[in-house]
Design a protein around this ligand. Structure first.
Ligand code: M6R
Length: 615
C-alpha cells in the first residue's frame, strides 16, 4: 500500500526522490520521508501527512547526495505520525530502510531483539526488520547484502524493501516478496520504485523483481540479482517500458479523476483496439485462443476481484451467462481465499485487477492455481504480480489510472470482459451469426457513444450535485446488468465524498431499504429502455410515493421516467448488455462534482490507497 523510491547514481537524489514520491502518493499518503547519503553521513527527514509537508522541512535542510531512499505511507502497524513514518533506522543509527508490506511475525522477532538489548522508537514492523538486519550484521555477516538476506530468511509476510548503510555511500540492497518492486537501469545509475512512474523521464529499461528475489545495487557495477533463499544468481530480464510522461500528468484537468473520466472514449477504444474487428466479424484475443480448450470445456467460470474490479466482475456475470452460457460465480477475493472453496481443473478463474497487485486477489489466484484451475488475468498494469501469476490474460490498456477512485479502469475491464464473453459465446456456438455481427457493431460504437455521453457534464448535472451535496445518504438502484452499475455508483460517491450510499437491485428495495425513503433521500435510478424498463418505472413509482427524490439515468425520448423523476440525465441507447459502459459515466461525474463541492480531496480520499497490497 505504500510507495517506495530509491536512487543511486551521479545525479542529486533529492529531486528524483521527491518527484517520485509525488507520483507514488496514490499508494498512500499518511506520511512521507526520505534518507539521503551525502558521502559521509545519512540525513533523514520524515513527517506525518503528504509529501508536500515533508518537503517543507527537507527542502530547507541539507539534502545533497547521490544515494537515497524515500517512502510514502499507508499506515498498517502504528498510527500515522512522524515517528512511525519511514525511513526507519536501526538502533545504532547505521542502517536505514523503507518498506512496503507487512512483516507478520514481527512481534516475536521484536521480543527476541528486546531481550538482546534492542530498543524501539516506533510501533512499526519495519523498525523490527531493520534492527534484525543490524543484529545479524553485528553478529558477523560480512556485508549488508548478507545481513539483509539472512534477516529475510527469518521473516514471514510481504515486503518490498530498500536498505542503505551510513558507512557505505555506494550500495543499496533491495528485495521483494508480495509487494511490487521495479529497478530502473540507466548508465551507471539505478532507480528503485513501487512502479515505473518515478523514473520514466530517466530510463525506459526496467527489471521487475519476482517474489523471493533480492538485488544488490553498487555504484559503477552491474546489478547483482539473486534468490533470497537459495542465494542462486538470477539472470535479469530487462523490460522496455512503453509508458510516457504525458500519460501520468494531469494535462490541464483539475483532478486526475476528471481527466480519467474524460479519457474513457480513448481507453475503451484502446481496450478494444486490435481485438474487435467489427468489419471482419472477428474478435482476436490471444490469451483466450491459447486457452480455448479450457474455455470450451469450462464447467464454471469463477471471477475474483475487489472493490470496483469486483463490480466489473458482476457485470461480466450477466454478460458471460447470456452470451457464453457458462455458469459464472463472482467472488470477493478476500472471502474466496479463506473459505476453502471447491475448485476443480475444469474451472477457469478470471482475476480482475487494475493494479494487478491487490493482495487478496493475488492470494485467491494462487489458491485456485494450486487446485488446478486455469487462471486468466484481466489487469491494467503490465508486469504486475497478478498478470505474471496468471496462465494467460488480456490487459485492459486503460493507461495509468492515478485517481484513487477507479473510473476508466472499470469501463476498460467491462469492455475486455464483454469481448471475451462474445468470443467464447461465438466459439461455443451460442450466438447466431447475424446477432453476433450486430453485437460487434454495437460494441464498436461504444467509444463514440461515451464521447457523447460525456456531454452530460453540464449545468444540469452540476445543479443536481449542488442540490444533493448536503444529503447524508444516497440510494442507487438498477436492475439486471445495471445492478452492478448501481453498486459502482454508490461506491464512487462514498469513497470520494464520504456520503453514505448504498447500491441495490431495484426490486430488492421493497425488502428493506424502502424504509429509508423520505423527502430527504436522493435515489439514483438507472432506467434504460430494455426488458426491465417497466419494472424499473414501477420501482421509481414506489420511491415517488414515499416522497424520495429521483435522479434518473434515462435514454433520450423516455417520457415515463421523465415524468416521474425530479432530475434526468440522458445517455444514448445501446444493446442492454453493453449499457453499463454508458450508464456508469454520469454516476462517475455526479460523485466527482459532489466531492468537489464538499471540498474533498478527490484524487486522494481519506484512508484509502490506490493499490491495496495488504490483506
Ligand atoms: O487494483 P484493483 O483493481 O485490484 O483494486 C481493487 C480495489 O481496491 C479498487 O477497485 C477500489 O475499490 C477503488 N478505490 C474503487 O474506486
Amino acid at each position: 500500500m505504500c510507495g517506495i523510491v530509491g536512487y543511486l547514481g551521479s545525479k542529486e537524489a533529492y529531486p528524483i526522490l521527491i518527484n517520485g514520491l509525488k507520483r507514488l502518493e496514490y499508494r498512500g499518503y499518511d506520511s512521507a520521508g526520505l534518507a539521503i547519503h551525502n558521502g559521509s553521513e545519512i540525513k533523514q527527514y520524515k513527517r506525518k501527512g503528504k509529501v508536500a509537508r515533508m518537503e517543507e522541512i527537507a527542502a530547507n535542510s541539507p539534502h545533497e547526495g547521490t544515494l537515497g531512499i524515500a517512502h510514502t505511507r499507508w499506515a498498517t502497524h502504528g498510527e500515522p505520525n512522524d515517528v512511525n513514518s519511514h525511513p526507519h533506522t536501526s538502533m545504532s543509527g547505521r542502517f536505514h530502510i523503507i518498506h512496503n508490506g507487512i512483516i507478520e511475525n514481527f512481534a516475536s522477532i521484536k521480543e527476541a531483539l528486546k531481550s538482546r538489548g534492542f530498543t524501539f522508537q516506533s510501533d512499526t514492523d519495519t523498525e523490527v526488520l531493520i534492527n534484525l538486519i543490524e543484529d545479524i550484521y553485528t553478529e558477523g555477516a560480512k556485508s549488508l547484502s548478507k545481513a539483509v538476506k539472512a534477516a529475510l530468511n527469518q521473516v514471514s509476510g510481504a515486503y518490498a524493501i530498500a536498505v542503505i548503510d551510513s558507512e557505505d555511500p555506494n550500495t543499496m540492497v533491495v528485495a521483494k516478496m508480495g509487494s511490487p518492486l521495479v529497478v530502473g537501469i540507466s548508465d551507471n545509475e539505478y532507480f528503485v520504485a513501487s512502479d515505473a512512474t518515478p523514473f520514466l523521464e530517466y530510463t525506459k529499461r526496467a527489471i521487475y523483481l519476482e517474489d523471493g528475489q533480492m538485488a544488490t545495487l553498487r555504484r559503477g557495477e552491474n546489478i547483482h540479482l539473486y534468490n533470497v533463499i537459495s542465494d542462486e544468481p538470477v539472470e535479469p530480464y530487462i523490460h522496455q517500458l512503453t509508458l510516457d510522461i504525458a500519460s501520468i500528468e494531469k494535462g490541464g484537468y483539475e483532478h486526475f479523476m476528471l481527466k480519467e473520466i474524460y479519457e474513457q472514449p480513448q481507453s475503451i477504444h484502446d481496450s478494444l483496439r486490435g481485438r474487435l474487428l467489427a468489419e471482419e466479424g472477428k474478435i482476436i484475443m490471444r490469451g483466450v485462443s491459447e486457452y480455448k480448450a479450457k474455455f470450451m470445456n469450462a464447467e464454471r467460470i469463477i471471477i475474483v476481484g475487489c472493490g470496483t474490479s469486483w463490480h466489473a466482475g458482476l457485470v461480466a456475470e450477466y454478460v458471460f451467462e447470456e452470451l457464453a452460457r457458462i455458469p459464472v460465480e463472482v467472488e470477493y477475493a478476500s472471502e474466496f481465499r479463506y473459505r476453502n472453496p471447491i475448485i476443480t481443473e475444469k474451472d477457469v478463474v478470471i482475476a480482475i485487477s487494475q493494479s494487478g497487485e491487490t493482495a487478496d486477489t493475488l492470494a485467491a489466484i494462487k489458491l485456485a492455481k494450486s487446485k488446478g484451475a486455469t487462471i486468466f488475468g484481466v489487469c491494467n498494469i503490465v508486469g504486475s504480480s497478478i498478470a505474471r501469476e496468471s496462465h494467460a490474460g488480456a490487459f485492459t490498456h486503460a493507461g495509468p489510472e492515478i485517481g484513487v477512485a477507479s473510473t476508466k479502469a472499470f469501463t476498460a475491464q467491462v469492455a475486455v470482459l464483454t469481448l471475451m464473453a462474445l468470443k467464447i459465446g461465438q466459439e461455443r456456438g451460442n450466438i447466431p451469426k447475424t446477432q453476433y455481427l450486430k453485437y460487434l457493431h454495437a460494441l464498436s460504437q461504444i467509444p463514440g457513444q461515451v464521447e457523447r455521453v460525456l456531454k452530460c457534464n453540464d449545468e444540469n448535472l452540476i445543479a443536481i450535485a449542488e442540490e444533493y451535496a448536503s444529503a447524508l445518504n444516497f440510494l442507487y438502484l438498477g436492475r439486471g446488468v445495471n445492478f452492478p452499475v448501481a453498486l459502482e455508483g454508490a461506491l464512487k460517491l462514498k469513497e470520494i465524498s464520504y456520503i453514505h450510499a448504498e447500491g441495490y437491485p431495484a426490486a430488492e428495495m421493497k425488502h428493506g431499504p424502502i424504509a429509508l425513503i423520505d423527502e430527504n433521500m436522493p435515489v439514483v435510478i438507472i432506467a434504460q429502455q430494455n426488458a426491465n424498463y417497466e419494472k424499473v418505472v414501477s420501482n421509481a413509482q414506489e420511491v415517488k410515493a414515499r416522497k424520495g427524490k429521483i435522479i434518473a439515468i434515462i435514454n433520450p425520448g423516455d417520457t415515463d421516467m421523465r415524468h416521474l423523476a425530479d432530475h434526468c440525465i440522458e445517455v444514448e441507447e445501446t444493446d442492454e448488455l453493453f449499457s453499463p459502459l454508458l450508464t456508469t459515466i454520469p454516476l462517475q461525474l455526479l460523485s466527482y462534482h459532489i466531492a468537489v463541492i464538499l471540498g474533498r480531496n478527490v484524487d486522494q480520499p481519506r484512508n484509502l490507497a490506490k493499490s491495496v497490497t495488504v490483506e
